[in-house]
Design a protein around this ligand. Sequence first.
Ligand SMILES: *[C@@H]1O[C@H](CO)[C@@H](O)[C@H](O)[C@H]1NC(C)=O
Ligand SMILES: *[C@@H]1O[C@H](CO)[C@@H](O)[C@H](O)[C@H]1NC(C)=O
Ligand SMILES: *[C@@H]1O[C@H](CO)[C@@H](O)[C@H](O)[C@H]1NC(C)=O
Ligand SMILES: *[C@@H]1O[C@H](CO)[C@@H](O)[C@H](O)[C@H]1NC(C)=O
Ligand SMILES: *[C@@H]1O[C@H](CO)[C@@H](O)[C@H](O)[C@H]1NC(C)=O
Ligand SMILES: *[C@@H]1O[C@H](CO)[C@@H](O)[C@H](O)[C@H]1NC(C)=O
Length: 414
Amino acid sequence: MGILSQLLTITLLFGVPVFCQYDYEDDYDNEMDNEYPSIFHHIPSIEYAIPYPSTPAQCAKECFCPPTFPLTMYCDNRKLQTIPRIPSHVQQLYLQNNDIEAVPVESFVNATALKEINLSHNKIKSHMIDTGVFGKLSNLVQLHLEHNLLEEIPSPLPRSLERLLLGFNQISRLPSKDLEGLVNMTMLDLCNNHLEDSQLKQTHFSKMKNLMQINLCSNRLQSMPPDLPFSLMHLSLENNSISLIPDNYFQKLPKLTAIRMTHNNLHEVPYNAFNLSNLVELNLGHNKLKQVFYIPRTLQHLYIEDNDMEVINVTLMCPTIDPLNLNHLTYLRVEHNKLTTPISTYAFFCFPHIRSIYYGEQKIGANQQTQLRTPVFQRYLTPEEYEEAEDHEEQDHDHNQRERDDDYFDPYVY
Ligand SMILES: *[C@@H]1O[C@H](CO)[C@@H](O)[C@H](O)[C@H]1NC(C)=O
Ligand SMILES: *[C@@H]1O[C@H](CO)[C@@H](O)[C@H](O)[C@H]1NC(C)=O
Ligand SMILES: *[C@@H]1O[C@H](CO)[C@@H](O)[C@H](O)[C@H]1NC(C)=O
Ligand SMILES: *[C@@H]1O[C@H](CO)[C@@H](O)[C@H](O)[C@H]1NC(C)=O
Ligand SMILES: *[C@@H]1O[C@H](CO)[C@@H](O)[C@H](O)[C@H]1NC(C)=O
Ligand SMILES: *[C@@H]1O[C@H](CO)[C@@H](O)[C@H](O)[C@H]1NC(C)=O
């Protein structure tokens, strides 16, 4: 795979967080505007092949069941306080943006075909979810419970589950047994909860043998989560208070392609911490790092803005140059450090693919800012490279919406 197509893959996967500062509120408003189209967008294409039932399918009177999507029931944005009875044929159930407080077993007794439930943006508390209500749904693949009032993970959950979204709740308890059986899980989102280290210590994430993405951003973690699964590709830990990455921590996670740890409390990292053979994006902005570290060959995007670096020692990042195995680094952000001179030009031998280095403003005194001569370094591109870059930018433009998802991994990747 060429560098550019890899880059494009990354863009498609979770956007290129280059300039924008993420704002959850903002993004939410935006999604709301697009609510209707996005619902249709998420309906798996396989459903189109299913023949329409000869008699009109049942539909709860509060909801809407479009004739063109007979297995889908829309009950979203209706100020509902209770969940209607769900007919047995329904596979996708949309209940987001209501005032629902409880998840009673009665509503779900016949709903064994359910594959996807969206209960996000409601007022559900953990003790208002009837025991076993989700556990019985043996075809459930995707469960959205973000933006509720949950204090713990609902339990039990069905073993068929692949994507569980629990962001923006008040979860502080994470009973280990609840997650262990979920062998098919690929994506777990627990961002914006109240999780502390002590809770994660008892959780055996590694039993989720297919987990590719775990989001633990905006919690109360002070150390790296223990026992992550070998299969993990995306790790999101931004906005915690993590101060240390233990030696060899990532060695057990060789498939990692993206690590996001902005807004933590890192003062240093082990020199070899990120020597990973699949790493493409590394985001360590807004920490307190003084020193750079070894850059693996595959890394394309490195973000170390707003740290305490006075020099960026290229020899450390790139101790040797292998002309047959060139480093892939393309973007580098270093603004809001304490640099007084630009990075040594040796960088362009080590990292021949570098297109831009963002120097921005640098911190010199307590509250003083200064600017290097060039706030943005743009490398001169050959005509071929220029054309490729243009193509790439057009693609970027099409995916503008996704790029807004900056600090937050797109939960719908898998
Ligand atoms: C479940 O299905 C049975 C048989 O079709 C029906 O009699 C019953 O009313 C249904 N229950 C609910 C809660 O929908
Ligand atoms: C679930 O609902 C939220 C709104 O709360 C919406 O943004 C999201 O697109 C929905 N997801 C799916 C897969 O339907
Ligand atoms: C897990 O996924 C595989 C492949 O899609 C499927 O065959 C299997 O039944 C799933 N396991 C459970 C417990 O649903
Ligand atoms: C960081 O997390 C805290 C809660 O832990 C939250 O209040 C705050 O909004 C988060 N900040 C960002 C930039 O996400
Ligand atoms: C990176 O890891 C490889 C083996 O995985 C090792 O051979 C190499 O020496 C390491 N590089 C550095 C700079 O430590
Ligand atoms: C960069 O690091 C190397 C290896 O540790 C060291 O020998 C060299 O003096 C450093 N260069 C600067 C400019 O600090």
